[in-house]
Every structure is written in C-alpha cells, then in structure tokens.
Design a protein around this ligand. Structure first.
Ligand SMILES: NC(=O)c1ccc[n+]([C@@H]2O[C@H](COP(=O)([O-])OP(=O)(O)OC[C@H]3O[C@@H](n4cnc5c(N)ncnc54)[C@H](O)[C@@H]3O)[C@@H](O)[C@H]2O)c1
Ligand SMILES: [Fe+2]
Length: 382
C-alpha cells in the first residue's frame, strides 16, 4: 500500500441555491473588505449581479476583466492593482480562468517578487487572506485544486503554479451558475472535466479514494454532457455536470493528470486553443498510446460506462470505449484533428519538444513517453 494524501478546499457547499450560503461564509471568514475577481463574459451573463445581491457587504474592489486563459503579465498587473486596496477577503466568480487568477492574487497579496518565479511546486509558502470561489463552468475543478495555470507568452507555453496556499477556503458549486454557459464553453470545459477524471483514474498516483471519485465523475459527465450541451437550460444535466466536474477536480487534484494535459499545454501556449479544446483533440490519440499500459483500468471504464455488453472481451471493450469517447467529443461539436485548427504540420517536432518538458504531468502517465512517442501522437492527431 502506498501512502497518499488528500487535499481539497476547506469546505464544499454544493447544489441548487448553494449561493445563498455566501453571506454566512463571508462573515465566518471575517471578510470585511472584499475583492471580487471575475470576467466580462460572466458579468454580461448577469452572474455578477446575482453575486452582489447575495453579498453582505459592498465589495471594495471589483476586477472584472480577467481574460480567458490569462497570461502571467496580466496577473502581475492585477496584483499591483489589488495591492493598492486594503482587502481581507477575495471572492472569485467564473470559470477556471477567473478562479485561477483569484487563487494567485489571494496568495500573492503579501508577496513582493515576480509571479513568473512562482511557476513550479510549493514556491508559495503562505496566504494570509481567505478565498471563496464560485465556478460558473463545469469545468476545470479549479475550485478544489492546489494548482493555477497561466500562459507564459515568452516561452509560449502554459505553466502551473502548485501550492497548498492555492486551495480555497470555501468552494460554492451552484449548478444554476452554469445555465448561461455558451454551447462551445459547455462542450470544451465538459470534456476537460471528463479528461480530469479519466487521467486521474489511470494515473500512477491513483488511490482507492481518487478512483471512487473518478469513477462517479466519469459516469456523471459521460451521461450528462450531451444533454447539457444540447439544452443548456436543463438544470438536472447542469447539476450532474457541476457535481461530476467537482468530483473530477477532487480526483485529479490528488492523483494528477497525465499526457493528455501535457500534450494539450503547447497547443494552448503556441496556438491559443482553449484548455478544453486542446485536451479534447488530444484525448483519443493519447488514450490509444496509453491503452496497453493501463488496459485493466480502461476495461473497467468501458464496463462502468456501459459502452459494451459485460461479457465483451477486454481488447474489444477498450476499442469500443475509445470510439465512445471520440463520439462524445463529436456529439458536442469538438473538431477531431489538429489540422482543423490550422496548426501547421511542420511545428509538430517543436510541440513534441515543448510537451516533453511538462514532466510534472508526464510522470503521472501510465506509459513513460519519449519525445518520439509524443511526436507520433501529435502526427496521429493531425
Ligand atoms: N487550476 C486548475 O485546476 C485548472 C484545471 C483545468 C483548467 N484550468 C484552467 O482554466 C482555464 C479554462 O477555464 P474554463 O474552461 O472554465 O473557461 P474560462 O474561465 O476561460 O471561460 C471561458 C469563457 O466562458 C465565459 N463563461 C464562463 N462561465 C460562463 C457562464 N456561466 N455564462 C456565460 N459565460 C461564461 C467566460 O466569460 C469566458 O469568456 C484555463 O486557463 C485552464 O488552463 C485550471
Ligand atoms: Fe484540464
């Protein structure tokens, strides 16, 4: 038996109407001067107004222009802005981009160095102000992870800051906050959540606890995503997606993700494909390379998701699972090849070089991939 550690946000409040708990949590955490971190799309959808109506105090500062997949220099600028106002609490409202930004802003409020120096593991040592997060996508699971991902425009890759100081004090996961999520974002962030669960399940660091969370997350997301995509107003499907993505976040926040994410990072960094899109396009190709190295687990996923009859042979069941995952992506309108994103074929060796440096994630992968393996996977995805 391996020893494993389980980390999550301090408190999870979930379900329709969970936002009503916000005022009590703000008071409990003695937040008397608040910063709200959100983005334009979320505000335009009316969610910021809904949040304001639930707050017990007026915010001291509102930063409402976090861009999608934020670059590190944008966060540096927001850190300077935030430091000018005396706050003792941060509330984030948005998808992974706004939540990741808020996690870094709260944790660097008393830090005077450069944010770029914090990429890597455990370089942030303390956070002195409390943080409440409310996801509006389903989703990144960022509400329960110790990671924030930012784009590095110089090296043109996405990089992670990992620290226990990034774990929020409270995550309020209210599915109605995702009802306004546009179709393309529902699809991309939904497939991202599925990848979190699947990669956590086959991770070399999986534990019985993360497996249980990943299994339930895969079932919820696999069944609910097409419904949430086709009819965004379907609150039952939205709730299943919100719970599924939260459980996937709990699974991967502890077991880690693997090569799908490692190979997706350079697509975001160099070609600005969204995180969810880049994961979705790489998913079936990385799974094919991984399959011989995690066949028992993939077989159990095939049976769990009922993609084939229970007496199907292992190889056939895995092949059917790969087709079903591909079909899920097609059903939610995600392009299946890198070519469709106008990525030139000659950059593949560079992409492979970039991805091979994401060792923080590659080391979780069931198959240890060489640069040549990675290049072949990109060629299969082209
Ligand atoms: N920290 C983690 O654990 C973790 C995990 C996975 C991904 N990420 C990061 O999260 C980011 C992606 O986050 P995302 O997929 O949630 O998307 P996002 O936060 O980038 O949002 C995408 C767009 O959707 C809009 N939007 C979000 N919710 C909406 C709603 N309910 N109604 C209307 N519009 C809405 C936003 O305004 C934005 O324009 C990436 O930077 C990725 O790297 C972080
Ligand atoms: Fe992800």
């Amino acid at each position: 038996m391996k020893i494993s550690e389980f980390k999550t946000a301090g408190k999870l409040i979930t379900g329709p109407g969970a936002i009503n708990a916000l005022a009590d949590e703000v008071n409990r955490l003695k937040m008397t001067s608040l910063a709200i971190i959100t983005d334009k799309g979320v505000s335009q959808a009316g969610l910021f107004e809904q949040l304001l109506a639930k707050l017990p105090i007026e915010p001291s500062i509102v930063i409402d222009d976090i861009p999608p997949e934020p670059e590190v220099n944008v966060i540096e600028e927001k850190v300077r802005l935030l430091k000018k106002s005396k706050v003792n609490g941060v509330v984030a409202l948005g998808g992974g981009s706004a939540i990741d930004a808020a996690k870094v802003l709260a944790a660097t409020y008393d830090y005077s160095g450069s944010i770029s120096d914090l990429f890597g593991e455990n370089l942030i040592k303390e956070r002195n102000i409390p943080l409440i997060v409310l996801p509006t996508t389903a989703g990144t699971g960022s509400e329960v992870t110790n990671i924030a991902i930012l784009s590095d425009p110089i090296e043109q890759v996405k990089k992670g800051i990992v620290s226990h100081c990034l774990l929020p004090d409270v995550a309020i996961v209210a599915p109605e906050m995702t009802l306004s999520c546009p179709k393309a974002i529902t699809a991309a962030s939904g497939v991202d959540a599925f990848v979190h669960a699947l990669e956590a399940f086959i991770s070399v660091n999986a534990s019985p606890i993360t497996d249980a969370l990943a299994e339930k997350a895969m079932t919820l997301i696999f069944n609910a995503l097409p419904h949430a995509y086709r009819n965004g107003e379907n609150l039952v499907a939205r709730e299943q997606m919100a719970t599924g993505s939260l459980m996937a976040g709990l699974a991967f926040g502890n077991a880690g993700v693997g090569a799908v994410h490692a190979l997706a990072y350079p697509l975001g960094g160099r070609f600005h494909l969204s995180h969810g899109m880049s994961n979705a396009v790489m998913l079936p190709h990385v799974l094919r390379a991984n399959a011989p190295f995690c066949s028992d687990k993939l077989f159990s996923v095939a049976l769990l998701l009922k993609v084939c009859p229970p007496d199907t042979r292992k190889e056939k069941a895995i092949a059917t699972l790969l087709d079903a995952v591909d079909k899920l992506c097609i059903d939610v309108g995600i392009p299946r090849t890198l070519r469709e994103f106008d990525i030139p074929e000659q950059v593949i060796p560079q992409l492979a070089e970039d991805a091979s440096k994401v060792t923080r994630l590659l080391r979780n992968n069931p198959k240890q991939l060489t640069v040549e393996d990675i290049e072949n996977i990109y060629r299969n995805a082209y």
